[in-house]
Ligand binder design. Structure first.
Ligand SMILES: Nc1ncnc2c1ncn2[C@@H]1O[C@H](COP(=O)(O)OP(=O)(O)OP(=O)(O)O)[C@@H](O)[C@H]1O
Ligand SMILES: [Mg+2]
Length: 279
């Protein structure tokens, strides 16, 4: 692909090679999906509250910088950048050092969403899609970003449209402009019971979709975190759910299918033992 210019004026140099993969930086997951998602794609990561969406999104940028040399932008929509910074630093990730180098930056859309003053160097307007992208693309140019996170797109769609038609049109415009740039984007979405996303639009406009589930055990006494790869456009991928954990120092870690089966077996043996012992 040759350098392109979008409708609202972003010009990014460099080439996006067809079939090039962008690793997500999630242990166990990149192996399952053949090395990563296709370069230039828009990946939607959806899940219920506390499922790990922000962690996975941040990890995509953090390891993008530290392992693959890709500068990235985290657009904080649902919470203050400072709150994301401190939570991610608690994982043991050196967020401050990447920010100092200008390899990873936070853009504050939350202030405009919540109508509160921002303490951040970089703000993003949320009035409409064009205003949002104009600010975002200025930051993309500033650090020559390759990766972008929008956390979450569901909140933006709620602002950009008061009915399904308006929201769909805004979502399509957002994704079309992002695709033109060649950036690889991860957007998060809010899932609702029995639905992948809040508006039922987010998963259709994205190229790739991963859903983070919380699955109750048969006895209802415990839950397991399970990841579902719903769509990976143009590529084969497993249709089964894969277990994942959220760990200090590593973030989201996908348990390889064989290890997962062994873990399940150990849990079953333990449950039977407890039943036999009577507690
Ligand atoms: N330092 C940590 N080590 C291990 N697990 C953690 C750590 N910090 C948070 N977690 C786990 O991560 C989960 C929250 O992750 P995250 O904020 O990424 O989820 P989310 O889906 O974005 O949630 P929200 O609904 O708040 O947007 C918590 O439920 C907690 O179990
Ligand atoms: Mg979150």
């Amino acid at each position: 692909m040759t350098p392109t210019e979008t409708r609202i004026g972003l010009r990014i140099s460099g080439e996006v090679k067809a079939f090039q993969r962008v690793p997500l930086g999630v242990e166990g997951l990149d192996e399952i999906i053949g090395g990563g998602i296709p370069a230039g794609d828009i990946l939607l990561v959806s899940g219920m509250p506390g499922s790990g969406r922000t962690t996975l999104a941040f990890q995509f940028l953090y390891y993008g910088c530290t392992k693959y040399g890709d500068p990235g932008i985290f657009v904080a929509v649902d919470e203050k950048p400072d709150s994301v910074r401190s939570r991610m630093s608690h994982f043991g990730w050196n967020v401050a050092s990447l920010e100092r180098k200008g390899a990873l930056i936070f853009a504050d859309a939350y202030a405009r969403v919540a109508k509160v003053p921002s303490i951040e160097e970089r703000e993003v307007a949320v009035d409409d899609v064009v205003a949002f992208l104009t600010d975002l693309f200025a930051y993309v140019e500033e650090i020559a970003a390759h990766r972008v996170v929008i956390d979450s797109v569901s909140t933006l769609l709620a602002i950009w449209g008061s009915n399904e038609g308006e929201r769909r049109s805004a979502a399509s415009q957002l994704c079309a402009s992002l695709r033109e740039t060649g950036l690889t984007t991860l957007m998060t979405a809010e899932a609702l019971p029995g639905r992948i996303s809040r508006f039922g639009i987010e998963e259709y406009v994205a190229d790739d979709v991963i859903v983070l589930h919380s699955v109750k055990s048969a006895d209802g006494l415990s839950t397991r975190r399970m990841m579902e790869i719903v769509k990976l456009k143009g590529y084969a991928h497993p249709l089964t759910m894969v277990p994942y954990r959220i760990e200090h120092g590593r973030g989201i870690v996908v348990v390889p299918p064989r290890a997962a089966r062994e873990e399940l077996l150990r849990e079953r043996i333990e449950r039977i033992r407890r039943r036999i012992r009577g507690f």
